[in-house]
Design a protein around this ligand. Structure first.
Ligand code: NAP
Length: 302
């Protein structure tokens, strides 16, 4: 069975390249005729890892193509997920499976609402990739991907294909808690790196601010995913120390004038707190400061 990939950007290209190299059939779905022309002109996807460069001339088409889709990897940004899925919804077979590689929370539910007949699989990944150029991706950080459904279900029969393609992955029965945990780590670190204009390690100079955010995030997790609250403060500091020299993904997005995924991270946390009747002043203030900062730079604040 073919894998279809919608979202041939950084992370999606990594998946497509590895699956294809392992002999699995992969077809890209590109945004429009212009992007298809660009792709054909580029001669396929290029993935660089260190000095090693590999080109993958994978077949590509458009959302409007008639071929039915049974297994789809959705690898666009969270804010594009619903519209991207809507563009291929009529091609998805009733028993299709859709893997959602989006960071944060909120986009998965939006996609699931559009696809009542498909099985939606959430994913949380620590792999790192970025685009050097159109269809040229750098594999920057080895990592792991956790996949699963909500409610939990057994691993699908194709799950072994990921190991055969050297994609480090585990099937889990607590994907929501893992997504919440990652969202909380992101909320405690990324917005502050933007507002203080610093690398992750720079947050060591703002210890009490980080601690207050962790306190409030623990209150939120206690309502939404209690197991994700365990040891949050310690993990946040471990991440800050282990990635002290790095700029956070949100910092890089803002620096490069790219839209952030704030609406699926910090704003999702604030909305969820409100729905649970929680008052979390530091988190709300952080959201307002970040939105103001984005607005001043002409970037969308959602
Ligand atoms: P990205 O490099 O910006 O790639 C997104 C891709 O989606 C682009 O190629 C874009 O096409 C495509 N796209 C958007 N809407 C589309 C549509 N309607 N039809 C077809 N293609 C469409 O993003 P990314 O960095 O891979 O991130 C994807 C998700 O993975 C995000 O939620 C991110 O947070 C998460 N994530 C990323 C990493 C990482 O290291 N990159 C790690 C962990 C998690 P165009 O090229 O035409 O714009």
């Amino acid at each position: 069975m073919s894998w279809h990939l919608l979202g041939a950007g950084s992370l999606g290209s990594l998946w497509a390249a590895r699956l294809s190299s392992a002999g699995h059939s992969v077809e890209l779905i590109l945004r429009n005729e212009q992007r298809l022309t660009d792709y054909l002109r580029a001669g396929g996807l290029q993935v660089r890892q260190g000095e090693q460069v590999q080109r993958h001339a994978l077949p590509a088409g458009l959302a409007s193509d008639p071929v039915p889709i049974r297994r789809l990897l959705l690898a666009c940004k969270a804010y594009d997920a619903a519209s991207a899925i809507a563009s291929v919804a009529s091609r998805l077979q009733p028993d299709s499976q859709v893997i959602l590689l989006q960071n944060g929370l909120g986009s998965q539910q939006a996609v699931a609402d559009l696809l009542p007949q498909s099985q939606c699989i959430g994913a949380s990944s620590t792999e790192g990739a970025y685009r050097e150029n159109d269809f040229q991706v750098v594999f920057a950080g080895q990592g792991h991907t956790w996949l699963g459904t909500s409610p939990a279900s057994p691993a699908p029969d194709w799950f072994g294909e990921l190991a055969s393609a050297s994609i480090p992955a585990s099937w889990v029965d607590d994907i929501d808690a893992r997504l919440w945990r990652k969202l909380a780590l992101n909320c405690a670190i990324n917005p502050l790196t933007v507002l203080h204009d610093c690398r992750n390690g720079g947050l060591r100079a703002h210890e009490s601010e980080v601690q207050t955010l962790c306190d409030e995030l623990c209150q939120l997790l206690a309502r939404c995913a209690p197991e994700a609250a365990i040891g949050l403060h310690e993990t946040v500091w471990q991440v800050i120390n282990a990635t002290a020299a790095n700029y956070s993904s949100m910092y890089q997005d803002v620096q490069q004038g790219r839209r952030t995924e704030i609406d699926y991270l910090l704003s999702h946390a604030c909305r969820s707190a409100e729905q649970h009747g929680l008052t979390l002043p530091a988190l709300n203030q952080l959201q307002q400061r970040l939105q103001h900062h984005l607005q001043q730079r002409g970037l969308p604040c959602r």
